[in-house]
Design a protein around this ligand. Structure first.
Ligand SMILES: *[C@@H]1O[C@H](CO)[C@@H](O)[C@H](O)[C@H]1NC(C)=O
Ligand SMILES: *[C@@H]1O[C@H](CO)[C@@H](O)[C@H](O)[C@H]1NC(C)=O
Ligand SMILES: *[C@@H]1O[C@H](CO)[C@@H](O)[C@H](O)[C@H]1NC(C)=O
Ligand SMILES: [Zn+2]
Length: 965
């Protein structure tokens, strides 16, 4: 799945929140499940149906050994193929309800003798046949046992069929079911999405199966290793089109129950997992091309209006090169005859890699060159690359169980950068891995409550537990350690291992060690690559223990040491590691600008005398942050690095300039270095013209704003930042000829947006004049927006912050009118920037009304408000008051929920805040569902913030006061 809730990664970085409640990047937070989960004990009596939407919540009592009380299927039956007919009704029935009906036949093989059939089935109303929920048939004419009893086991989401007699090993059987389900607007399983076109409401039917919702569409063996072939037929109105994983092979008009409808038959799929299925009925239109080299048909589907406006063009243009790249990279041809990609108005994640029919949020697939920013464009390219990468890695070869999700998602995240780099070589996109993945996840993985990438199958079994592994550790840390691995193996060796892995396991399932074995084979066949240990031994330390090391280099002696890096030095790590929190660390390094040979730190301490320095020589380690670790030095070396930055910063690679800032601030947070050392790394920024170091600074200073924007530190801090940003603001003004041009480079474009945001938020008058003036101009002529798309986020926010209800209402009108999702998103974020409390409160109320704020956007809108210094307390009160409702809407297995909790508590830094948070925890009757761990973490973070503020406030105030003078 694509990363829905990270918002647009780079758009996020560009628009990092500053002071005056700007657009928030929802900083990825750790959803942590490694800490001992309170093991849910289950009731013996299996017929007790408890509400199944929150299976973890309610169950109590003793464990049971009955197979239908377990969340995992028994290993007795294996599906071969399904024949499936589905008929979604896009008009409500006489009860005002939207439904679908269907029937399914699954042929399965018995591989272990058994007298029961367990198959997933959730929220489906099965038609009874002779008093049973299903019908069992012979496939080869041999006799089949009769049914004894059948029932639905709601808690484990199973249809249970007990037989009079056993199924025989090696025999095939067929199970038929007929069913009806609700086509709800719940964004899960087979669901309904609504949108308006020219004032008319349109309804479409679509799916989101990952992770465990295929069972909501039809009874199925709903585990990723239960691969089968699916023959699908969709029934629909004649003026609609139906899409599925396979290519449409026939359509015909038929009459059922007096309705004339169309039947679309699809080619049988390849052997695949249920979570990758997709069924869509819509009135969408498409643009297409046929790939010359491999005859793959590429179609981009969207609302008719979006297609007509050409918003699908960029996706179509970029898909070809990205597919071509992955075919080369994996050295395996694209496994399917077609690639459909469709932009949906209502979609929970960022995108979903259904095999052959990828679904996207509109903002992840559609791009309008006149209206969208370079960040929107990058978002489209990188989400497409992420999802296309899965067509092989994840879909052709699939992890056996969800505990290995990190490999699937980490991999797709990493290689998406390679795919985009191929399609858009001028963007330098590969550098962004560091900001968007490595630095981002460092913040999460440095907590004592983090968790290892890999966990046992047993720890991830219920739907909620599966939802929780879709977190930044899986995506971003997964990407960071795979990038490190690819770096020390070299890219050709990494790709060679991938190739043999994909070939061996095509249409099958794996565990992550299978990949290590193939990479090892590639290493063994390449004499030039020498590793100090096997791939498995090296990677185990990164995968099986949480966190990462800080490597300390003493350049006076050449001594190195490593230590588990914890953001809060007082936090207690109560999960022991078999590797004692030591890692095998590959160290790429340079001395005074000259790159040296890679050094492996293999123990807690070691000496590498080449790292000794004399005179003005300095050492810089972790070049380009290709390793997943932080670096600290003796003070002497730090001083020399600071001198280098101040005198000629270009001698240090640009990624490492960002790294020095990020490491120094983090070391200060962890109380390993003084806060003033970190602040001093920002002094050279008045000379810095590159985006990455500024982005790193903004992200780190954001913490200072969160902690201090209501205190006396704020004034001097603002003045200092204004002083630092003014020269780069002036520089940008010059290179854009008084803001009349767009800077040429992709990263310069980001820089322009984030510098305007920073400058305006910190009271640079010229900047505020500029943005207010642009916005005014737009208000006077709403049909002609003079603001460049790249700058919209920054300009809207700063103008709305400076304005009152007139500006707000105008922006709200423009939001309602926006036909482009990315434009709507920018306005929705900017509406949270106002300083007027009643406007913010009214906006919060709007999040409860899906006709005002779409349900998919509700939680992020609340978080935007909380990011505003004025909105913080309002959002917190709002969430507390409306908790039961919010929980019932978003709390179950929703991926967005942890972000809400993190978002509304991120300024918490006083004893009073902590007391309120603890009280909230105690008082909540509803519980916290998929946000349980996020709440624990908010408590941990609040405690750390209290200490940090107490310890640092005086010194920070003093430093900013003297430096702003
Ligand atoms: C570091 O990254 C830059 C920019 O992407 C690249 O040009 C350079 O070769 C990289 N250096 C190393 C040692 O990987
Ligand atoms: C930019 O504006 C200033 C006055 O604000 C003017 O002096 C200068 O010539 C302008 N530069 C360009 C390239 O238009
Ligand atoms: C901002 O605009 C006001 C009037 O609109 C003007 O008086 C002032 O000089 C401007 N300030 C700057 C720094 O451009
Ligand atoms: Zn993914």
């Amino acid at each position: 799945m694509g990363k829905g809730f990270y918002v647009s990664k780079n758009l996020g970085v560009a628009a990092v929140v500053l002071a005056a409640g700007a657009v928030a990047t929802i900083i990825a937070l750790s959803v942590v499940y490694a800490k001992e989960k309170s093991k849910n004990q289950e009731k013996v009596g299996h017929h007790r149906a408890i509400p199944t939407t929150h299976p973890a919540g309610a169950a109590t009592a003793a464990p049971s050994n009955k197979p239908w009380d377990r969340y995992r299927l028994p290993d007795t039956l294996v599906p071969e193929n399904y024949s499936l007919v589905l008929w979604p009704r896009l008009q409500p029935n006489e009860h005002g309800m939207y439904i679908f009906t269907g029937n399914s036949s699954v042929v399965f093989k018995c591989v272990k003798e058994t007298d029961s059939i367990l198959i997933h089935c959730h929220k489906l109303n099965l038609t009874m046949v002779d008093g049973y929920h299903a019908k069992l048939l012979s496939v080869d004419g041999s006799p089949v046992p009769t049914l004894k009893t059948t029932w639905l086991q709601e808690k484990t989401q199973l249809l249970v069929i007990q037989l009079n007699g056993n199924l025989k090993v090696g025999k095939f059987y067929q199970l038929d079911t007929q069913f009806r389900g609700e086509l709800a607007d719940d964004l899960e399983g087979f669901y309904r999405s609504e949108y308006y076109e020219d004032g008319a409401k349109k309804v479409i039917a679509t799916t989101q199966m990952q992770a465990t919702s295929a069972r909501k569409a039809f009874p199925c063996f709903d585990e990723p290793a239960m691969k089968a072939v699916f023959s699908v037929i969709l029934i629909h109105d004649s003026d609609m089109v139906a899409l599925s994983n396979g290519m449409e092979s026939a359509t015909e008009q038929i009459v059922i129950e007096g309705h004339t409808v169309k039947k679309t038959v699809f080619q049988p799929t390849k052997r695949m997992s249920t979570y990758l299925l997709a069924f869509i009925v819509s009135d969408f239109t498409f643009v297409s091309t046929e790939q010359k080299k491999n005859n793959v048909l590429v179609r981009i589907w969207a609302r008719k209006k979006a297609t007509d406006e050409g918003q699908s063009k960029y996706a179509l243009n970029v898909t070809g090169p990205i597919l071509e790249f992955f075919e080369k990279y994996y050295n395996v041809s694209y496994p399917l005859p077609k690639s459909d990609q469709i932009a949906l108005p209502d979609f929970n994640a960022g995108a979903m890699e259904n095999w052959g029919l990828i679904t996207y949020r509109e903002t992840s697939l559609l791009y309008d060159p006149k209206m969208s920013s370079n960040g929107n464009k990058e978002r489209v390219a990188s989400v497409i690359a992420h999802e296309l990468a899965h067509m092989w890695f994840g879909n052709l070869v699939t992890m056996r169980w969800w505990n290995d999700l990190w490999l699937n998602e980490g991999f797709a995240t990493y290689v998406s950068y390679l795919g985009v780099d191929y399609a858009e070589p001028t963007w330098n996109i590969k550098d962004f891995v560091v900001l968007s993945e490595v630095h981002r996840v460092f913040a999460v993985d440095a907590l004592a409550s983090s968790h290892p990438l890999s966990s046992s199958e047993a720890k991830v079994s219920k739907s909620e537990e599966i939802s929780e592994v879709f977190n930044s550790i899986s995506y971003s840390k997964g990407a960071a350690v795979l990038r490190m691995l690819s770096n020390f193996l070299s890219e050709p060796v990494f790709a060679k291992g991938l190739n043999t892995y994909l070939n061996q396991f095509a249409y099958g399932n794996t565990v992550y060690t299978d990949l290590w074995n193939h990479l090892q084979k590639a290493v063994d066949g390449t004499p030039s690559v020498k590793l100090p240990h096997t791939v498995t031994d090296i990677m185990n330390r990164w995968v099986l223990q949480m966190g990462f090391p800080v490597v300390t280099i003493d350049t006076r002696t050449g001594q190195l040491s490593q230590k588990h890096f914890l953001l809060n030095p007082e936090s207690v790590v109560d999960t022991p590691s078999q590797f004692n929190y030591e890692w095998y660390v590959p160290i790429n390094w340079m001395k005074t600008g000259v790159e040296k040979k890679r050094y492996w730190l293999l123990s807690k301490t070691a000496t590498h005398s080449a790292m000794k320095t004399s005179g003005t020589e300095w050492v810089l380690a972790n070049i380009n942050v290709s390793g997943y670790y932080r670096v600290d030095y003796d003070l002497n070396n730090w001083e020399k690095l600071l001198t280098q930055l101040n005198e000629n910063h270009k001698d240090i690679p640009v990624i490492n300039r960002a790294q020095i800032l990020d490491d120094a601030f983090s070391l200060a947070r962890a109380r390993i270095q003084k806060i003033t050392l970190a602040l001093r790394t920002t002094k050279y920024l008045s000379h810095e013209r590159e985006y990455m170091p500024w982005a790193a600074a903004i992200r780190n200073l954001n913490y200072f704003f969160l902690m201090f924007d209501r205190s006396e530190v704020y004034g001097p801090m603002e003045a200092y930042i204004r002083k630092q940003v003014a020269p780069v603001f002036a520089y940008l003004k010059t290179i854009t000829l008084n803001w009349s041009r767009v800077p040429a480079g992709h990263t310069d474009q980001y820089n322009q947006a984030s510098i305007i945001m920073l400058a305006c938020n910190n009271g640079l008058k010229e900047c505020q004049n500029l943005t207010t003036c642009w916005f005014r101009e737009w208000m006077q002529n709403p049909d002609k927006n003079p603001i460049h798309p790249n700058l919209k986020s920054a300009v809207y926010c700063s103008a709305i912050a400076a304005g009152g209800s007139e500006e707000w209402d105008f922006a709200w009108q423009m939001f309602k009118r926006a036909s482009i999702a990315s434009e709507a998103d920018k306005l929705r974020a900017a509406l949270a920037c106002t300083k007027v409390p009643w406007l913010l409160n009214r906006y919060l109320q709007y999040t409860l009304d899906p006709t005002k704020i779409r349900k998919q956007d509700a939680t992020s809108t609340i978080v935007y408000v909380a990011s505003n210094v004025v909105g913080q307390i309002l959002a917190w009160n709002f969430v507390r008051t409306r908790w039961e409702y919010i929980y019932s809407q978003f709390g179950g297995a929703s991926f967005s929920f942890p972000y809400l909790i993190q978002g509304v508590t991120k300024r918490f830094s006083t004893e009073f805040d902590l007391r309120e948070l603890l009280q909230f925890k105690d008082n909540s009757k509803a519980g916290f569902g998929s946000g349980t761990m996020a709440l624990e973490q908010a408590i941990e973070k609040t405690k750390a913030n209290i200490q940090w503020v107490a310890k640092n406030k005086e010194e920070v105030l003093k430093w900013f006061t003297s430096e702003s003078a």
